[in-house]
Design a protein around this ligand. Structure first.
Ligand code: FES
Length: 144
């Protein structure tokens, strides 16, 4: 069901943890499965110097966050923004259909962290939209 790469990143997640004084932190959640992903970015001179993640979620969510950290590390802010969920899936050699949303969570977490960075520094990153996901709203929706 899972590719070797997914199993590898699930068993040996890269860049797991937190960054103190991160330049940007993004937290997103999926209302249906209840999984939560948080990405910490350390950005210096427009380059993602360091990145960590914390994920409360399924194995695929752990694997997608792990590979996403590798994909954005060392990139410019603009290139980090281009790391889509498709790029995340490709880097993992694919995901089962039911787990595609886990890769979307990774893309959204990166965007949310970039958004946080932009807000803190009063800058605009072209093409970056404000995070649409509000975990709390979703939790409420879930209760209904
Ligand atoms: Fe929801 Fe994986 S099942 S993030």
């Amino acid at each position: 069901m899972y590719t070797e790469k997914v199993m590898d990143h699930f068993s040996n997640p890269r860049n797991m943890g937190e960054l103190e004084n991160a330049s940007g932190v993004g937290t997103v959640g999926n209302a249906k499965c209840g999984d939560i992903m948080r990405i910490f970015l350390d950005i210096d001179n427009n380059i993602v110097k360091d990145v960590r993640f914390k994920t409360f979620g399924c194995g695929a969510a752990v694997a997608t966050s792990s590979i996403a950290t590798e994909l954005v590390k060392g990139k410019t802010v603009e290139d980090a923004l281009k790391v889509t969920n498709k790029a995340v899936m490709d880097a993992l050699d694919g995901l089962p259909k039911a787990k595609v949303h886990c890769s979307l969570l990774a893309e959204e977490a990166i965007h949310a962290a970039l958004w946080d960075y932009a807000q803190k520094n009063n800058i605009e990153i072209e093409g970056l939209e404000p995070p649409k996901e509000d975990i709390h709203e979703h939790e409420e929706e879930d209760d209904e």
